[in-house]
Write a protein of this length. Structure first.
Length: 361
């Protein structure tokens, strides 16, 4: 939590869009934070009991179960969750003592929001890397520092272990720090990763992975040797991924592979849409950069449940809730998912426009 919030403070300061708090307030917040284990019941008011369950989204992400008014009402709030196969985390928990109402996300709740199977996505990513390496090029993978980075690292580690890849993998940005936290809490990771770490083989520390200090970037981009570069930020709104793009975009031998959603207006989305020229400022002078780098979008690595998984979760959740409140998605997608929940499972569902319209009776 501190890592992410402090990073947000730093990004805000660099972008001249300062947040209404700083590192001092973050330190104060930590003093008042009480961590809970999964399935540990905590009384957060005299008549509300909270229990956290694994959400499968990122390390420590939680589905919240509220037991309200001595059993008068039980509510499940999913937050961001993943209900599918990944290399890093187990799928979201769906078994609860009681559940009258579920509040669930709908990021990929639209009728056609289905993602490829994770294993298929991994094959596409590895094949893209192998083709680029064969052409003596470099692969840039813009990633979010928490979750997506470690997922991709596990895919690359698997390919490295079985001899499919044999090039250095550079980690630039906050990735190494976030990965260290994953290594410190193997009990929250998938069973086979936990087993390997406890038995002395940490898949996050294979020889192929190398942390990049700022002064090493120039050497990486100027070297003729092929490599893979994992760099933040994931949407290329700043950070090392933009710097690597500016240095490598001119060469068609290189590839930029997107494994995460690129928001409208971001540099990542513009590259996906076929950006041919990138204008940058260096030493007060404007410079136009021709974009010749290969572009590949690899769907299937999202930390969110897609349409199929959202419906699968609604089908499996036990006990079956009487009603659902669908949120955290575009209005049309939230409404479409709400209607489908009613049509398929008989769950009374609504998609309110804001939290003020939610009333539990």
């Amino acid at each position: 939590m501190a890592l992410l919030v402090l990073d947000a403070v730093e990004i805000g300061a660099k972008g001249q869009n300062e947040l209404p708090f700083g590192s001092k307030e973050v330190r104060e917040m930590i003093k008042h934070t009480i961590p809970l284990e999964y399935q540990e019941v905590a009384d957060i008011t005299p008549d509300i009991h909270l229990t956290l369950y694994n959400a499968g989204h990122i390390l420590g992400s939680s589905v919240c179960h509220f037991h309200i008014g001595e059993g008068l009402h039980n509510m499940v709030y999913t937050g961001d969750f993943k209900f599918g196969d990944t290399r890093l985390l187990e799928a979201a928990n769906y078994d609860f003592p009681r559940a009258e109402t579920v509040i669930m996300e709908s990021t990929y709740g639209g009728r056609y929001d289905t993602q490829p199977k994770r294993r298929d996505a991994e094959v596409v990513l590895i094949d893209t890397i192998k083709r680029t390496i064969a052409n003596k090029g470099k692969v840039i993978i813009p990633v979010f520092s928490v979750g997506r980075s470690q997922e991709v690292m596990m895919v690359l580690e698997n390919a490295y272990r079985f001899g499919e890849l044999n090039v250095p993998v550079y980690l630039d940005g906050m990735i190494f720090e976030a990965t260290a936290i994953h290594t410190s809490y193997p009990e929250y990771l998938k069973k086979h990763i936990k087993h390997r770490i406890f038995n002395g083989y940490n898949p996050f520390l294979v020889d192929a992975f190398e942390k990049v200090e700022h002064k090493k970037r120039q050497g990486i981009v100027e070297s003729p040797d092929p490599c893979v570069i994992l760099a933040t930020s994931g949407m290329m709104t700043g950070g090392p991924s933009v710097e690597y793009f500016k240095a490598l975009a001119h060469d068609e031998k290189n590839t930029i592979a997107f494994v995460g959603y690129q928001s409208e207006g971001s540099l990542g989305r513009r590259i996906q849409n076929g950006l041919s020229e990138y204008t940058t400022e260096e030493n007060g002078r404007t410079k136009a950069l021709k974009v010749k780098i290969g572009v590949k979008t690899v769907d299937g690595f999202s930390g969110h449940a897609d349409r199929r998984q959202l419906l699968g979760y609604a089908k499996k959740i036990s006990p079956k809730p009487k009603r659902a409140i669908v949120m955290h998605g575009e209005a049309s997608k939230a409404m479409n998912l709400a209607m489908t929940l009613y049509e398929m499972f008989g769950i009374e569902a609504t998609a309110p426009k804001n939290l003020d319209s939610i009333r539990l009776i």
